[in-house]
Design a protein around this ligand. Structure first.
Ligand code: IVH
Length: 714
């Protein structure tokens, strides 16, 4: 149980009051998500009951049909209120199947009807705003929000245009129809588009949009909304008007009458469902609705289960807040609020730009979301997405995920005016690989199209940590890709001087130099070739581990996902995509194999080419030496600083490869498990050397290292 002081209690009450007020501040904005609000109210209730504190009673006192005037489940102020003829009740919630079963048992017990014989109508619980629409002599007389259940607010000026509310009823019927006003996802997108067009901030989610739009005064545009009828009663003063039958009718009958009168009903969303028999029948329909929920065109947050038989409803009666003959089975929320941390831009294989919003991880719809695709720059603008400000304040966004549906950012939770410390997202002026952009369409793309990723891949392949082809700069790789001469890594090894001479401003002597660099690369160890292929999730060190684990390209290609998962640091999650990408590379790998590149003889046991001479006498093994016989077998070695002496000129990557070729494991940091720290400044009192000294890890210089492990080279 949460324990709080009276001050904390009052502070929480204040926060909830402002959230409730903001919710109805006129345009449907929201400072707190529903789950947080509900949890807060429930904490207040517990503490108030325990200590007898009464100063949050305005929030906690339930009047019939809902929360008080600051409650969030209806219109806010009751000064301009219109009393309902019949209170608009709320529903009790069943949070799990046990609570639902308890409800079925209660009804069976009280009515004496066996549970299996009870008849239920099951409908989705639509997430919008309840309205009561009164018709008099077949014409709309007034439309009122639920408000606090007793008193609502007239919204007829807006609501009479809502789809699903017939303007007239045949036979001059007088009846009051109740239901939920919602926005479909399409309505919502359209509403936000209109708001942007009118210089207003977009709504955070459809429910806020409905609440804001119904209450809006003097708007010169009209947003689309839909009304779904879920009940009807005759106006209190005229009991004969709706039906001449004095007996109340079956719920399923009321709904089908409403449908025939032109109202939208649950059947338009879920399709016709038979009346459910017994708790098993009801449960099956709830499950069906939950399963179909993600295909509905509007948000739903549960299923509502109602007794079909009027005698059962009569026998159960109603409490001041909710009927005892119906219950809402809540679904896990499929939207949550979180911080928008960044918007990453990437270029796909076809050259199209993609935008991914990085959000603080939240669990929603049964999964943790940290990345959400935002399709294009206009979507970013339409949703009003902004990046964290200099002080780190992030924008609060509402993310949605239901079932297997791809997560999306529904909208932005509003901030109080003047408090926005976030900064606008500035669309890129170049593609992530530095090329010009084509921004004429909704989807932006790199002017190089498919060649963009190919040339970025080739640029990576020739870089120092991969094939290390000196002299082959970006202009040359872009030109070779642009002219179609190079499409993949294998093409690089097939280049001839004449190909290189097609590159503008590339002379013969430079072309010859590049050719000799390419020739040198032919004997590079397997790990380097693997790195050069740019397989996602396999950088330098991962490629080294894969090469060491499997030994030959043939074995790597033959590996199943399970076998790949055994490589240290890969695991079952990354393994399948690596295996898949290797399979996709088959044509390239076949050609590399034909050219003898990355072949078993020069696998990663061979040292990097830059120290080839220096280590020729070393005990470094060839492909057939057992790993345990290698001089650094089982040892974890960390490298820091630039190399000098025997290892002068070697990059960190070169040294790491060398360590692994000697049987050791290259570690990126010093810990108690590290065996050696290799540095050219062993006396250093700072950084890794300091840590190594504290932990008693041995520190060696490059010369000492070469002497001990590389056969006396110094
Ligand atoms: S029946 C007497 N059916 O849920 C009870 N309500 O928390 C009448 N709601 O205020 C409610 N979908 O606004 C019913 N299919 C549905 C509903 C539904 C949404 C809302 C309604 C009510 C709230 C209860």
């Amino acid at each position: 149980m949460v324990v709080m002081s009276h001050d904390e209690f009052s502070a929480l009450a204040d926060r909830l009051r402002s959230a409730a007020a903001a919710y109805y501040a006129g345009d449907g904005t929201q400072l707190m998500d529903d789950a947080t609000y509900d949890a807060g109210i429930s904490e207040l209730r517990t503490m108030a009951a325990e200590h007898g504190w009464t100063d949050a009673d305005d929030l906690l006192t339930q009047v019939a049909g809902g929360q008080g005037s600051v409650g969030r489940d209806g219109a806010g102020s009751d000064t301009d209120g219109v009393p309902h003829e019949v209170p608009m009740l709320s529903l009790d919630n069943a949070m799990d199947d046990d609570e639902l079963q308890a409800f079925f048992d209660r009804v069976a017990h009280k009515t004496g009807v066996p549970t299996d014989d009870l008849a239920w109508v099951v409908e989705p619980k639509f997430d919008g705003m309840a309205l009561s629409v009164r018709y008099h002599d077949g014409k709309i007389a007034r439309i009122v929000t639920r408000g606090n259940g007793l008193v609502g607010e007239t919204v007829g000026h807006v609501a009479r245009h809502v789809s699903g509310i017939p303007a007239e009823l045949p036979g001059e019927a007088s009846v009051t129809v109740v239901g939920e006003c919602v926005m479909t996802h399409e309505d919502f997108a359209e509403a936000n588009r209109m708001r942007l067009e009118h210089g207003e901030r977009p709504f955070a989610n459809p429910r806020n949009a409905v609440a804001g739009s119904l209450r809006a005064k003097n708007r010169d545009y009209r947003v689309p909304m839909t009304f779904i009828a879920y009940g009807a009663h005759a106006p209190a003063p005229d009991p004969t008007a709706y039906t001449t039958d004095p007996m109340p009718e079956r719920y399923s009958m009321t709904i089908s009458r409403l449908h025939n009168l032109g109202f939208t009903t649950a059947a338009d969303v879920v399709g016709n469902q038979p009346v459910a028999r017994g708790s098993a029948g009801a449960m099956a329909q709830i499950a069906r609705i939950e399963e179909l929920r993600q295909t509905f065109s509007m948000d739903t947050d549960g299923a509502v289960i109602k007794a079909d038989n009027p005698h059962i409803r009569d026998a159960m009666g109603e409490g001041s807040r909710s009927p005892r003959w119906a219950i809402a089975r809540k679904f896990a929320p499929d939207t949550r609020e979180t911080d928008l941390l960044d918007i990453e831009v990437a270029v796909g294989r076809t050259g199209n730009l993609s935008f991914t919003a990085k959000v603080a991880p939240v669990s929603v719809g049964g999964a943790t979301i940290s990345s959400v695709t935002v399709h294009n720059v206009s979507e970013i603008a339409r949703k009003g997405l902004r990046l964290p400000g200099p002080d780190g304040t992030a924008q609060r966004v509402v993310v949605r995920r239901a079932g297997e549906v791809i997560p999306e950012i529904v909208g932005v939770a509003d901030v109080s005016p003047g408090e926005d410390k976030t900064v606008p997202f500035v669309p890129p002026s170049l593609c992530p690989n530095g090329h010009a952009l084509d921004t004429t369409g909704v989807i932006w793309s790199c002017v190089l199209g498919r060649d963009c990723t190919v040339s970025a891949g080739i640029r990576y392949a020739v870089s120092r940590d991969c094939l290390d082809i000196e002299g082959m700069g970006t202009q040359i790789t872009d030109a070779l890709v642009g002219s179609g001469i190079v499409n993949d890594v294998a093409d690089l090894f097939g280049l001839r001087v004449t190909d290189l001479l097609t590159v503008p401003r590339l002379g013969e002597s430079n072309a010859t130099k590049i050719m000799s660099q390419i020739d040198k690369a032919r004997t590079l160890p397997l790990a380097r070739i693997l790195t050069a292929l740019g397989i996602k999730g396999t950088g330098r060190s991962m490629s080294r581990r894969i090469a060491r684990h499997f030994g030959t390209m043939g074995a790597i290609r033959a590996a199943t996902a399970n076998q790949m998962a055994e490589v240290e640091g890969i695991g079952p999650i990354k393994a399948p995509s690596i295996v898949e990408e290797i399979a996709e590379l088959a044509p390239v790998l076949d050609r590399l194999e034909e050219m003898g590149i990355g072949s078993a003889r020069n696998m990663d046991a061979a040292p990097p080419s830059s120290v080839e001479g220096a280590v020729s006498e070393s005990p470094v093994a060839g492909a057939d030496t057992a790993p345990s016989a290698l001089p650094l077998a089982g040892k974890s070695v960390c490298v820091t600083g630039a190399m000098s002496g025997a290892l002068a000129g070697m990059s960190r990557n070169d040294v790491n490869e060398l360590i692994e070729s000697l049987g050791g494991r290259a570690a990126s940091s010093v810990s108690a498990k590290t065996d050696l720290l290799l540095t050219d400044d062993p006396e250093s009192g700072t950084g890794k050397a300091k840590k190594a000294r504290e932990l008693g890890v041995e520190i060696v210089s490059p010369d000492e290292f070469a002497r001990r492990y590389m056969g006396g080279v110094s």
